[in-house]
Design a protein around this ligand. Structure first.
Ligand code: PLP
Length: 399
């Protein structure tokens, strides 16, 4: 009997939430991995040179030889006790506050923290405030829960907290606000110290949660970042972190720290996402922290990404036509470009691909079609020697 695959055959059975149109943004960006012919500024992926191959291999050999089972077994949903302890200690060292035992959980990457917070807080029709532009995984997660995304603009000091206040005074009532406080994806800017204080004050006054994503916090090129929102206001902030940029994304690992009353709900929600994060990654992370390897690794990573940004910054200054603007990150993986007047980024993406250059249009980082005049350039993974050529090709398209 012939197997039919008519389009629309399953429509009546698909859940309502699948009609929320989360888009194919992440798949689009990861799709560039299958185009090694492109000089790609598309994916915000870490440079494979930062992957700790030898140390990861020796740790695995050690776990196997020692007869320990934690690395190979299911783990408690909240995380392995040793890993939780190591992460709590690291947060204390870096951010000046140690989460209590019930204020921390291990997640399967930053994206899972978004999913868990969404599951815990959002009903259809609820509102979530994000930065405009923001991480497209956040837009997709919020939409997946059939909630509304409202973007607050940013400038060189990050989220415009004054504008947020005007919107709150005007009646905006979000369940939570999602912010990437350092070296933001995609804009490359960081939230200033003064605005951090003002933001948590607004959260307390208007009674919403702040979800602080610190994915790039440990990747500053030079100076340490200002106090984290979570350390300023642990009563109203959940911080989510990831090891994808500092260790390697292959382990899919992160953490969430926040009020105990919320963490217990997140752990509960995690039971039916993945039940527990991988024990092998958790043990590697624990040892990486305890042996000081993560700091050695980060020092190298920061120098590598700083050098790539300096190369990209010089290439942009040299080649881009008048009327093009871009942000000046002090860490992380991204700069955000504003095209000369008249250009449509969605159209430019195709032309750039024909010229052998991968870029992502700004529209992917908004929920409402804005970003047509912007593109995101990621400098993290691209071989430094290809940056000049890539920017020359892009600039000649715009000239
Ligand atoms: C701001 C931000 N948060 C979270 C993530 C997801 O990280 P993970 O690999 O830990 O899920 C990314 C990945 O690009 C990101 O840019």
């Amino acid at each position: 009997m012939a197997v039919t695959s008519d389009t629309g055959r399953w429509d009546a059975l698909f859940a309502a939430r699948t009609r929320a149109d989360v888009g194919e943004g992440i798949a689009f960006v990861l799709g560039f991995l299958g185009r090694p012919d492109l000089i790609s500024f598309a994916g915000g992926l870490p440079d494979p040179r930062t992957f700790p191959r030898d140390r990861a291999a020796s740790l695995l050999a050690e776990f196997a030889a020692s007869g320990e089972s934690a690395a190979f077994q299911y783990t408690p949903t909240q995380g392995l006790a040793g890993t939780l302890d190591a992460v709590a200690g690291r947060l204390e060292n870096l951010q000046g506050r140690r989460p209590a035992d019930d204020e921390l959980l291990i997640t399967s990457g930053g994206i899972e923290a978004l999913e868990l917070v969404g599951k815990t807080f959002l009903d259809p029709g609820d509102t979530v405030v994000v930065e405009g532009p923001t991480y497209l995984g956040a837009i997709m997660a919020v939409r997946g829960f059939e909630a509304e995304v409202v973007a607050v603009p940013m400038d060189d000091e990050g989220l415009e907290v004054d504008e947020l206040e005007r919107m709150l005074v005007g009646g905006l009532r979000p369940k939570f606000l999602y912010t990437i406080t350092e070296h933001q994806n995609p804009a490359g800017v960081s939230l200033s110290a003064e605005r951090r204080e003002a933001l948590v004050e607004l959260a307390r006054r208007y009674g919403f949660l702040v979800l602080e994503d610190v994915a790039y916090r440990e990747l500053s090129f030079n100076d340490d970042p200002p106090a984290s929102l979570w350390s300023l206001a642990p009563d109203t902030v959940v911080q989510s972190g990831t090891t994808s940029k500092s260790l390697f994304p292959g382990v899919r690992l992160g953490w969430a720290a926040g009020p105990a009353e919320i963490c217990v709900k997140l752990v509960s929600a995690k039971q039916n996402t993945d039940q527990c994060s991988g024990g092998l990654g958790q043990r590697i992370l624990e040892e990486y922290i305890r042996r000081g390897w993560i700091d050695e690794q980060l020092a190298e990573s920061r120098a590598l990404y700083r050098s790539k940004w300096e190369r990209l910054s010089a290439a942009l200054s040299r080649s881009m036509p008048a009327g093009t603007e871009w942000t000046h990150p002090t860490g992380g993986f991204f700069t955000w470009l504003t095209l000369p007047p008249g250009w449509d980024a969605t159209e430019l993406v195709g032309r750039a691909a024909d010229a052998g250059v991968g870029i992502v249009p700004g529209t992917m980082f908004y929920a409402d079609g804005r970003g047509v005049e912007n593109i995101r350039l990621a400098f993290s993974m691209l071989d430094e020697s290809l940056i000049d050529e890539g920017i020359d090709r892009l600039a000649s398209l715009l000239s």
